[in-house]
Design a protein around this ligand. Structure first.
Ligand code: ZN
Length: 234
């Protein structure tokens, strides 16, 4: 009865400053190990723009918030992400998360709601959840964010390395590259602060609950960081 649905399956959660390379590592891990990359931002964006759901009042309300860049209701996000995570786990997927949970409530819920960590623990078992914290200096993260370009079509990021600064088209699909407003230096400083105040406490709480959070130095090029993570996994 206590047999887990997902024997041998894993959930990996990556933490780190904006610009620490979370999604890059998540994409690399997903490719190499056949994991499902759960990109919460993308999931929420698709959810509120789903034409089949457009008549629901709560979707309309949240779409308005999303489209104007305002903070969305955390219950709304948690209930939908929780539901989707359960579907994926029941379908036998191993998951990798980049960029969520973002705040204590998303992670641990409250008396009435389970957070993502409890949901994962129930579905995968405590020992099959791996936490990775990408350690970069704020200086490095800031430099990467301000140089980062994103493909408007495939959403792939272009590394902020100097040799890439003259490129205007995505090397993967040829799409037009753009700079996200999220990556403006002023906005990034706000995001750093948000991370310290809202996300960093999750890591402290995980450690208090006897989860292991692996710190991986991440100032190096993504492929080198990736090989450190692969070593950690094997
Ligand atoms: Zn592209």
């Amino acid at each position: 009865m206590s047999k887990k649905l997902n024997q041998g399956k894993k959930a990996i959660v990556i933490f780190g400053y904006p610009g620490s390379g979370k999604s890059t590592q998540a994409v690399l891990l997903a490719e190499k190990f056949g994991l499902y990359h759960f990109n919460t931002g993308k999931f929420v964006e698709n959810l509120v723009h789903d034409p089949k759901l457009a008549s629901h009042p709560d979707i309309q309300r949240e779409k308005k918030l999303f489209d104007t860049g305002k903070l969305m209701d955390s219950d709304f996000i948690l209930s939908h992400t929780g539901r989707r995570v359960k579907e994926l786990a029941v379908g036998g997927e191993s998951l990798v998360f980049s960029g969520s949970p973002r705040a204590m409530y998303d992670a641990f819920g409250d008396k009435k709601h389970q957070g993502i960590i409890q949901i994962l623990e129930g579905l995968y078992g405590k020992h099959n959840i791996l936490f990775i914290l990408l350690k970069v200096t704020q200086k490095e993260a800031l430099a990467r964010n301000t140089k980062r370009l994103i493909c408007s079509v495939c959403q792939n990021p272009l590394l902020g390395a100097a040799q890439n600064l003259t490129i205007t088209q995505c090397p993967f699909c040829g799409g037009k590259l753009y700079k996200r407003t999220l990556d403006d230096p002023k906005t990034i400083l706000v995001r750093f602060k948000e991370y310290e105040e809202k996300t960093a406490p999750i890591i402290r709480e995980l450690r208090a609950r006897k989860f292991v959070v692996h710190e991986v130095p991440a100032n190096a090029m993504p492929y080198r960081v990736f090989s450190r993570i692969v070593t950690l996994l094997s």
